[in-house]
Design a protein around this ligand. Structure first.
Ligand SMILES: [Zn+2]
Ligand SMILES: [Zn+2]
Ligand SMILES: [Zn+2]
Length: 154
């Protein structure tokens, strides 16, 4: 599905085990406890595991559907359609469910960024990889990226 090993490695869909003792950064330490990001290191934590792309991070913020999920009439009619349902307070992205709006919105943003990165592969693989990273930089073009948007190095 991702036709570039460099981009795939940047998306890095799997979580990394971390060892709290080995963390020297206070922000990382707090982020692990709160399922948050360390901006300095460009890493997000979910359930004590580390993720290096927004896509991987938000994929793991999502959960599987469960029997307790409310289903309003609109959701019952179209249970597989992606979208946020006000009535149910649940966001649907493929097989994932999101209980908070901001994670849902960020998941969609991460998916759009992946699409932009795929489009970029033809011109620069390193830019494409940097786009999906939580904090990425293309050394070739000296551009750093956040949420897929590039800025020249200061
Ligand atoms: Zn850190
Ligand atoms: Zn609904
Ligand atoms: Zn580049």
């Amino acid at each position: 599905m991702i036709p570039s090993a460099t981009l795939y490695d940047a998306v890095d869909p799997h979580g990394h085990t971390i060892f709290i003792d080995s963390l020297i950064c206070q922000a990382c330490y707090e982020a692990i406890l709160l399922d948050d990001f360390c901006d300095e290191h460009g890493v997000g934590y979910v359930d004590g595991r580390a993720y290096y792309s927004n896509l991987a991070y938000y994929m793991h913020r999502g959960r599987s559907p469960n029997a307790d999920d409310p289903l309003c009439p609109a959701c019952r009619e179209s249970p597989t359609g992606d979208g946020w349902c006000e009535a149910c307070g649940i966001g649907v992205v493929g097989k994932l469910r999101f209980d908070d709006r901001s994670s849902y919105d960020r998941m969609l943003q991460a998916r759009r960024t992946l699409q932009q990165a795929l489009d970029r592969l033809g011109s620069c693989e390193l830019c494409a990889a940097a786009m999906v990273a939580i904090r990425g930089r293309c050394p070739e073009h000296r551009i750093h990226y956040r949420d897929g948007k590039g800025q020249p190095d200061p």
